[in-house]
Design a protein around this ligand. Structure first.
Ligand SMILES: Cc1ncc(COP(=O)(O)O)c(C=O)c1O
Length: 356
């Protein structure tokens, strides 16, 4: 029984359930939480190794200005367009606290990243799922007419990997006057992104993370891009020192080494094509993905059995026990030897007449 003195909205909600994280040293093929399968840039490791005791003794830059300058240069904007966070989940929390009042409404196409309704409920606000239209296309009418205080749009979407064009997002931004948060956690694996919309629309905030494209999920660093008047308000909401000195230094080194990061994106995209086509040849249906994972339908329709069968072989993928997703598994694209292990595991289960 939850203590009575806990806020009702907290007592009544289910917390967010993160994917399984095996303990250090456990031997698994880990394709379940969309990490980048490659190590971070050597420049990141060197930057961390050269941090001085003096740097750690002092408080960090409250707004992570070194990183903001590097990110501003990367995106062709000014420092004032950038706010940083302790992972992009922190950016999503800051945004929810800043834009959605208690009793307000957060709308999002559904299914999507399952953290969104949790954040809404923590603000005592209502989560309003709006079903994707057929073919995972953006439900513009439903979202624009939702009366919400904010729309959260993961683009590419999780867990589908599907992508909504910037033209469609612009159409929504024109028809909706409150905030549109475009969560671009996976944008570096796609052919396009919505960053340019920030210049035209004051109600568009773009959220980015270093967890996926820069191989730094363990570091916790994310950022948002928006017009300076919006960023100024978000700054008031964040914790004073929400990013620590080590992470600011490492994240800056990571985005300054674009050549290395891009090489990992290219490998992942080519493995995505290979895994998708091999699964298709085995009779699976694979959604066209613009992210570093694919959502694939198990031919037998038994998603949970496939997930459990692979887990028995030490291969972790993600299964969502939710309407519309029970015949599917989400597979993070790994290095080629990991993808080979996955494909072999699937073939073994099929041959044994289990799950597939
Ligand atoms: C759509 C989406 N947004 C944000 C995140 C959170 O990323 P971070 O590690 O930056 O908190 C994830 C993580 O899986 C995600 O899938």
């Amino acid at each position: 029984m939850a203590p009575e003195f806990v806020r009702a909205c907290v007592r009544e909600m289910q917390g967010y359930e993160p994917g399984e994280q095996p303990v250090a040293g456990e031997r698994v093929v880990k394709l379940n939480t969309n990490e980048n399968p490659y190590q971070p840039s050597e420049r990141v490791l060197q930057a961390i190794a050269s941090v001085s005791g003096e740097t750690l003794r002092r408080y960090p830059s409250p707004k992570a200005d070194g990183f903001r300058d590097a990110a501003a240069k990367l995106h062709g904007v000014s420092r004032e367009h950038i706010i940083t966070g302790n992972g992009s989940d922190d950016i999503l929390t800051i945004s929810t606290r800043c834009f959605i009042p208690p009793g307000g409404v957060m709308a999002f196409p559904d299914p999507t990243y399952s953290l969104y309704p949790v954040l809404a409920k923590l603000e005592d606000a209502k989560a309003l799922p709006v079903a994707w239209e057929s073919g995972w296309s953006l439900p513009i009418d439903g979202l624009a007419g939702s009366g919400a205080n904010a729309i959260y749009l993961a683009n590419p979407n999780a867990p589908s990997g599907t992508f909504v064009s910037p033209l469609k997002v612009a159409e929504l931004a024109r028809r909706f006057s409150s905030l549109i948060l475009v969560d671009e956690a996976y944008a570096d694996f796609s052919d396009d992104n919505c960053v340019a919309l920030v210049q035209e629309f004051s109600n568009v905030v773009i959220s980015r993370t270093l967890s996926k494209a820069y191989s730094l999920a363990g570091l916790r660093f994310g950022y948002a891009i928006a017009q300076p008047a919006v960023i100024e308000q978000m700054m008031k909401v964040k914790d004073s020192y929400n990013c620590d000195a080590l992470s600011i230094i490492a994240a800056t080194a990571a985005i300054e080494d674009q050549a290395y990061a891009k090489s990992t994106w290219e490998n992942i995209k080519s493995e995505r094509t290979r895994v998708s086509s091999e699964l298709t040849q085995l009779g699976w249906t694979v959604l066209p993905s613009q992210a570093n994972f694919v959502l694939a339908t198990v031919p037998s329709g038994r998603g949970k059995e496939m997930y459990l069968g692979l887990k028995e072989q030490g291969i972790l993928v993600r299964y969502f026990d939710l309407p519309g997703l029970q015949d599917k598994i989400r597979i993070t694209i790994g290095q080629s030897h990991e993808n080979n292990a996955l494909l072999a595991g699937i073939k073994m289960l099929s041959a044994a007449g289990k799950a597939a």
